[in-house]
Design a binder for this molecule. Structure first.
Ligand SMILES: CC(C)(COP(=O)(O)OP(=O)(O)OC[C@H]1O[C@@H](n2cnc3c(N)ncnc32)[C@H](O)[C@@H]1OP(=O)(O)O)[C@@H](O)C(=O)NCCC(=O)NCCS
Length: 175
């Protein structure tokens, strides 16, 4: 059975293993998988996130085994504090079972209770599964970032995508 819950420090080893596993898929999907945090750094990070209202990490468990992670973090700039950045990965053996979508629903819940109006993310242009998920969920393309990320000794492009948690025409920045 699939269950989504907030991550805790006890998930550190499983989450590092997940990032390494996804990173081993040729580094096609995520940035800097080869330099992912150590288990102790990840544990420290998860402990910080637990206490911090401006960030969240959720995991999906399949019969108790962690198979996916979603991270959110509020933009620190005072003028864009209504925006949060999102990261997502699902273990290869658990894909196409609706887990990515389930975690995005969880992200929306967190955004609504955290006064986040907009969720943004970067995705590599060749990452068709992720673009398929985000577009079917309602994310739209906001921009194309040329040579935006250094990766494997070269600079690669990224698509900037965003989801309006609160409709744009309901915008009053003095809220
Ligand atoms: C992208 C990713 C998170 C999708 O997770 P998932 O749990 O497989 O996604 P879901 O099962 O919730 O898929 C929901 C919808 O997204 C779309 N989608 C998902 N995978 C797809 C694929 N391989 N090709 C085309 N569309 C796809 C479909 O519309 C799908 O609905 P359907 O299965 O009813 O057709 C997963 O493939 C992954 O972790 N990839 C590696 C890491 C990564 O790329 N992270 C994102 C970085 S920006």
């Amino acid at each position: 059975m699939i269950r989504v819950r907030p991550a805790g420090p006890g998930d550190a080893a499983a989450l590092v293993a997940l990032a390494e596993e996804v990173g081993r898929e040729g580094g096609r999907w995520i940035l800097a998988a080869e330099t992912w945090r150590s288990v102790s750094d990840e544990r420290r990070y998860l402990r910080t996130v637990q206490r911090h209202p401006d960030a969240a990490v959720f995991v999906a468990e399949d019969d108790g085994r962690v198979v996916a992670r979603l991270s959110l973090s509020r933009d620190p700039h005072p003028a864009s504090r209504h925006v949060a950045d999102l990261g997502l990965m699902v273990a290869e053996s658990s894909r196409r079972r609706g887990i990515g979508r389930l975690l995005l629903e969880q992200a929306l819940d967190w955004a609504r209770t955290s006064d986040i109006r907009k969720i943004e993310l970067h995705v590599f242009p060749w990452n068709e599964p992720a673009i398929g998920l985000y577009e079917s969920f309602g994310f739209v393309r906001e921009g194309y970032r040329r040579a935006h990320y250094a990766r494997a000794g070269t600079y690669v492009d990224a698509i900037l995508m965003a989801y309006a948690v609160v409709a744009d025409d309901d915008a009053d920045a003095s809220d």
